[in-house]
Design a protein around this ligand. Structure first.
Ligand code: NAD
Ligand code: IPM
Ligand code: MN
Length: 373
């Protein structure tokens, strides 16, 4: 009888490369900590399209609904760029998020001291940084209707004759539940939430601001809450990122702000994420864990990818799905130790250069560091 069931979806590009290193870490916890994982593996994205003609098979979707946690590598790549929209690799990932109703996407950005000189910002701006972006993940302009590309027949003024439509739509309930998640998380950290939208130009932004404030006033009056327009938020993130503790924002702003936050940590290859939904019968939240980065076609197949984002995503699974907080801490410390030892993949090479390790060597070093702990 296994303690934890885990569905691994390596996906495309560097996805399978970084996932191979997570497998080593899972093996380490099985051998050394007696954790029992029931691991199954399946296809998503371009890999699923190649086999099934669609980016996520229904059987895979059903499996994802049943396991304690899903771990995903990355999807997408130039080979699939010209596919029909509904068949694109990214649709597989979006279907998982939507059908599992994973509304709270936690994207922590922490700057490990050893990497403070590798950020594109100065050390004194990023050293000690520890922020958490909570991105709404199942609604907003990613999913709103109407959407599509249509002929704009009755408009002779429109050169080209077409119109592309997406709709930013949020219900109060959708805003309240992600706000609640952000406040709960803030209580366990710095007790501060900054909500970002564009209430100055969007009605959905006005609703966002009012509902976040409502949740604060009625349920979390002791957590400090501020509101910021998202464009100013982007500027503040690079001006003085340590002013933030938890940032809560919508699906699209969260996507963009979290990539920006990635560079505060040294590399996009460092940023993990957890996408959480409502609790299942066993009390664990529906959950999918994935690095924030994509399939990195420019470096795929070369052993250059940094596996840390994916390994830290597994640490988040240990913490949020398996209630193994100590193991999660140990894994994060092992990563920190390896970085402090000067071990670097190519994306973490500063201007002064050095010799990078491969994806696989980085995975080995991290499991060795776990053994030394
Ligand atoms: P990307 O994140 O794949 O790559 C951006 C840059 O960061 C590239 O230069 C890449 O080499 C580098 N990079 C990313 N991860 C890295 C890692 N672990 N180690 C070292 N370097 C790393 O973004 P993109 O190039 O805009 O998109 C490529 C494909 O990935 C697209 O098809 C896109 O839709 C998809 N994508 C998927 C996800 C996901 O699966 N969650 C996320 C973002 C993008
Ligand atoms: C991410 C990615 C995805 C997103 C894509 C691949 C659908 O950029 O997870 O950050 O836009 O949400
Ligand atoms: Mn993104």
């Amino acid at each position: 009888m296994s303690d934890y069931s885990l569905l691994i979806l390596p996906g495309d590009g560097i996805g399978p490369e970084v996932m191979a290193e997570v497998r080593k870490v899972i093996g380490w916890f099985q051998t050394n900590r007696g954790m029992r994982f029931d691991v199954s593996e399946d296809l998503v994205g371009g890999a699923a399209y190649d086999k099934h003609g669609k980016p996520l098979a229904d059987e895979t979707m059903a499996k994802a609904q049943q396991v304690d946690a899903v771990l995903l590598g990355a999807v997408g790549g130039p080979k699939y760029d010209n596919l029909d929209f509904s068949l694109k690799p990214e649709r597989g990932l979006l279907r998982l998020r939507k059908e599992m109703d994973l509304y709270a996407n936690l994207r922590p950005a922490q700057c490990f001291d050893a990497l403070a000189d590798f950020s594109s910002l100065k050390r004194n701006i990023v050293a000690g940084l520890d922020i958490l972006i909570v991105r709404e993940l199942t609604s907003g302009v990613y999913f709103g209707e109407p959407r599509g590309i249509h002929d704009d027949n009755n408009n002779p003024e429109n050169e080209g004759g077409r119109v592309g439509i997406n709709t930013q739509r949020y219900t109060s309930g959708e805003i309240r539940r992600v706000a609640r998640a952000a406040f709960e998380l803030a209580k366990k950290r710095g007790n501060k939430v900054c909500s970002m939208e564009k209430a100055n130009v969007m009605e959905s932004g006005i609703l966002w601001r009012e509902e976040v404030q409502w949740v604060h006033d009625n349920e979390f009056p002791d957590v400090e809450l501020s509101h910021m327009y998202a464009d100013n938020g982007a500027m503040q993130l690079v001006r003085n990122p340590r002013q933030f503790d938890v940032i809560v924002t919508d699906n699209l702003f969260g996507d963009i702000l979290s990539d920006a936050a990635a560079m505060l940590t040294g590399s996009l290859g460092m940023l993990p994420s957890a996408s959480l939904g409502a609790p299942m019968d066993n009390g664990r939240p529906k959950a999918l864990y994935e690095p924030v980065h994509g399939s990195a076609p420019d470096i795929a197949g070369q052993g250059k990818a940094n596996p840390i984002a994916c390994i830290l995503s597994f640490a988040m699974a240990l913490r949020y799905s398996f209630n193994e907080g100590q193991a999660a801490d140990d894994l994060e410390k092992a990563v920190e130790k390896v970085l402090a030892d000067g071990v670097r993949t190519a994306d973490l090479m500063g201007p002064e250069g050095g010799t990078p390790v491969s994806t696989s060597e980085m995975g080995d070093k991290i499991t060795e560091a776990l053994s030394r702990a």
